[in-house]
Structures are given as structure tokens and as C-alpha cells.
Design a protein around this ligand. Structure first.
Ligand code: FES
Length: 145
């Protein structure tokens, strides 16, 4: 029979092993962070993003944060040309979404969306809101209304 000291000591070793295992698991599962572009409040119905941000950041996905908006926008550079601006507000209950390099997730109830804004996993039923975009003088103009 184990003494109290031996029992506590072995329990701590199990806990340490468990914590280390969880840390490794979380690290393995954590999505690659996407670059974020922070814009100051502009109080205008458009946001402008320099097109070379995609080259500088070596990405096709850029998170745009604006003080004018409650939620972020995921700006997607399409392979076939053009850009997609998706509002990162879940269509289930309106919470903020988390974009990764593969999908857009809602941590509240598990909905997921693709980079066209289509629902991949419910409970959300409606696609994400899209903003019209256009390229003007090497700037991507996102029309908010
Ligand atoms: S608010 Fe996003 S799945 Fe419920």
C-alpha cells in the first residue's frame, strides 16, 4: 500500500504529464495566425487597403480591423482574381468569428464557413455578409454600404 507521501508524489507526476500533454495538443491544433491590418476610424462608407499588403504579408487572407465596425472583415484574395470581403459576424447569434488558414469558425456553438461565406457546419444557416470590393489605383476599396 502506498504511503500518503508516495500517493501525492505520484499524483503530481500524473498531473504534470497531463498538463504537458495538453500543451502539446493545443500547440498542434492551434491555427496559423493570419495577418491583421488595423485601420483607424474613418467615418466613411468605404475602407481602403493597399493591395501590396497581400504581397508583403505573403498571404491570400488578411484580417481587417476598423474602429468603424463592431466585427472584423476577412479580406480574401481569390486565386482567379479579385477580392472577397466577408464580415466576421456569425449568422447564428451574431458573435465574432475566428478565421484560420483553412476555414472560418465560430467558437460559440461550432458553426464553420468557407472563404465564400457559405455555411459548412450548422447551427448557422445563412451565409456570411459580403461587402462589395473593387481595385482602384492599387487599393482595394471595401464598400460598407
Ligand atoms: S453564434 Fe456562431 S454558432 Fe452560434
Amino acid at each position: 500500500m502506498a504511503t500518503r507521501r508516495e500517493f501525492v508524489k505520484s499524483g503530481c507526476l500524473v498531473c504534470l504529464g497531463g498538463v504537458a500533454g495538453i500543451g502539446t495538443l493545443l500547440e498542434a491544433c492551434s491555427p496559423k495566425m493570419l495577418p491583421i491590418l488595423q485601420l483607424a476610424a474613418q467615418n466613411v462608407p468605404v475602407l481602403k487597403v493597399s493591395a501590396d499588403k497581400f504581397i508583403v504579408e505573403k498571404t491570400n487572407l488578411l484580417i481587417v480591423r476598423s474602429a468603424d465596425l463592431e466585427h472584423e472583415i476577412l479580406l480574401v484574395k481569390k486565386n482567379e482574381g479579385g477580392y472577397q470581403a466577408l464580415y466576421l459576424q456569425c449568422t447564428h447569434e451574431g458573435l465574432s468569428l475566428t478565421p484560420t488558414s483553412s476555414q472560418i469558425y465560430c467558437t460559440a456553438h461550432g458553426s464553420a464557413f468557407d472563404f465564400e461565406g457559405n455555411v459548412l457546419i450548422e447551427p448557422a444557416l445563412k451565409p456570411l455578409k459580403k461587402f462589395k470590393t473593387e481595385l482602384v489605383n492599387e487599393e482595394i476599396v471595401i464598400h460598407l454600404i
